[in-house]
Design a protein around this ligand. Structure first.
Ligand code: NAP
Length: 267
């Protein structure tokens, strides 16, 4: 799709959550490079201001930012009040808690649900009817390879991403005849602050982290073309295998793999 076609289909404004870091920041730059104006959403105001100014300077697009905690009802309300006509919604903000489920604090697990599940639901529920009314628009959801299979020590995170996957797949078919595209980007391990800071020794797993820019580009290219974008050959094989393997076997195999990578205090 040319940049002009992309803009016609998904312009004039894209709203991107998690726009200041990792995959969301890469998606933001790549969407601005296609000429769309951007509403950036995250919590930290300093990063939002800097990123918004950089996008304006580099791509000549208009920007606006909303500092909001999307794990709260107030934060979600702030985003829903946006005046701009949003033609493209990208829900990239996400949160993970890892470690034995018997040891993780409930507050953290609930935040995983608030951000990965409730915020995704509410943003889709708010913006998709406006797109349906205009008979055009796009939604890019970010799931995870964890959502395709059991992922012990990331159990609730895996559950939250399975929700994103199934919500997205169902909405894809509902929205397509109404002129609205939906694609799910489902990355495997990606080099971002989320994975750098989470205490897991990924070198003890067979997973190889991909660059966030490559992951973002793959997801964006899939918009309007396919329902599911799993970047990386190895990740695609894992997603395929997960559909065709006995669930209990997969769960036990992944537990063995992740046990080696987790700090002993967390298992
Ligand atoms: N990295 C991976 O290996 C990987 C793999 C598969 C899927 N994913 C998914 O990809 C998405 C992006 O992950 P990432 O690794 O790029 O994350 P990241 O680098 O940690 O960035 C997270 C972004 O979300 C914002 N954010 C976090 N909590 C928020 C909240 N409560 N309210 C509003 N904004 C919030 C952060 O900004 P503030 O801190 O300023 O709020 C930041 O902009 C997530 O959905 C994640 O689950 C990541």
């Amino acid at each position: 799709m040319t940049n002009k076609d992309f803009k016609n289909k998904y312009g004039d404004w894209a709203l991107i959550t998690g726009a200041t870091s990792g995959i969301g920041a890469e998606l933001t730059s790549q969407i601005a490079a296609k000429g769309l104006n951007i509403v950036l959403v995250a919590r930290k105001e300093k990063e939002l201001t800097e990123q918004a100014a950089a996008l304006q300077k580099r791509y000549g697009v208009k920007t606006k930012y909303i500092s909001a905690d999307l794990a709260t009802a107030e934060g979600l309300e702030k985003v829903k009040q946006v005046d701009e006509k949003i033609g493209l919604l990208v829900s990239a903000a996400g949160y993970e808690v890892n470690g034995a489920f018997s040891k993780t604090p409930l507050a953290g697990e609930l935040k995983v649900i608030q951000l990965n599940v409730v915020a995704t639901l509410e943003l889709c529920h708010h913006f998709s009817p406006l797109m349906v009314e205009r008979k055009k628009g796009g939604i890019l959801l970010i799931a995870s390879l964890s959502g395709h299979m059991p992922n012990p020590y990331f159990s609730n995170y895996a559950g939250s991403k399975a929700y994103v996957l199934n919500l997205g797949a169902s909405l894809y078919a509902e929205l397509k005849p109404k002129g609205v595209d939906l694609t799910i980007l489902s990355p495997g391990l990606t080099k971002t602050p989320m994975t750098a800071d989470n205490g897991v020794d990924w070198s003890k797993t067979p997973m190889q982290a991909m660059e966030a820019s490559v992951v973002a580009e793959f997801g964006l290219n899939g918009l309007g073309k396919r329902l599911l974008s799993v970047p990386g050959g190895k990740n695609k094989i894992m997603a395929f295998m997960s559909k065709h393997s006995p669930l209990a076997m997969l769960a036990k195999m992944n537990e063995k793999m992740m046990r080696k990578a987790m700090p002993p205090s967390k298992i």
